[in-house]
Design a protein around this ligand. Structure first.
Ligand code: ZN
Length: 235
């Protein structure tokens, strides 16, 4: 199947029928992120909220090539990240959703979140390692910060938390959820997982894609600057 055919094909799985435009949006996102080098080697995962109450989202199936997502490479999940059908009843006949579905669910539960995107880029990986000991990277003074929702000036300081990488996704999801709702800390638009990648979200897929573009731009600028100064990933 050519990529063009894959993009045009409609889902045949009953849990996905009716979400043709959401699926096409995610397929296009995957092609674009793959071409940018942000989602290579089947890495990354994406989701869109398709129902708010009860919460349901379409999440990319585990292990798929993000540059060539097919129409059935998605899983309809509920509030807990378990696969469900159109009536919100448990199913077992869909593909396995991404191993990181628990993180998508925690983010999608937040009011106003319509899409969650995750990338594994070179610059995001390097920045996550460089600043891991501080637990966050603070990005300040760049015009591109204004691409993050609600940010009006380049003088803004954006805090990007960095979590240690783990295969224990429920535990990581708990830590992320705690940070998201900690009102003593600055609000965030995304976070990094050390030596792994970026998570960000938006009110819809377009906003989440813009946030990925903004962060990936900022990570590259910061990374190149630190590398020129010999400060990127110091031993
Ligand atoms: Zn990942």
């Amino acid at each position: 199947m050519t990529t063009e055919t894959a993009l045009k094909s409609s889902p045949s799985h009953p849990a996905l029928v009716g979400f043709e435009s959401e699926i096409q949006g995610l397929q296009e996102t995957g092609q674009y992120f793959f071409q940018r080098g942000w989602s290579v080697g089947t890495s990354s995962n994406y989701s869109v909220v398709v129902n708010r109450s009860p919460l349901q989202l379409l999440v990319t199936a585990s292990g798929m090539d993000k540059g060539r997502l097919k129409a059935n490479d998605f899983v309809r999940c509920n509030y807990d990240g378990n696969q469900v059908d159109a009536s919100n009843m448990p199913t077992t006949d869909q593909p396995r959703s991404s191993a990181e579905t628990g993180l998508h669910v925690v983010l999608a539960r937040m009011e106003g979140v319509g899409a969650v995107l995750h990338t594994h880029s070179v610059w995001g990986t390097l920045i996550s390692d460089t600043f891991a000991d501080s637990g966050e990277v603070v990005i300040e003074g760049y015009e591109m910060l204004k691409g993050l929702a609600g940010i009006k000036t380049h003088q803004h300081a954006e805090h990007v938390p960095i979590f240690e990488n783990t295969q224990d996704i429920p535990r990581l999801a708990e830590k992320v959820e705690k940070r998201l709702h900690d009102e003593s800390l600055p609000p965030i638009h995304g976070f990094l997982i050390r030596n792994h990648g970026l998570y960000t979200w938006g009110e819809d897929l377009a906003e989440a894609r813009r946030h990925i573009e903004i962060y990936e731009f900022l990570f590259e600028v910061l990374g190149r600057k630190l590398a020129a100064q010999g400060k990127l990933c110091p031993a």
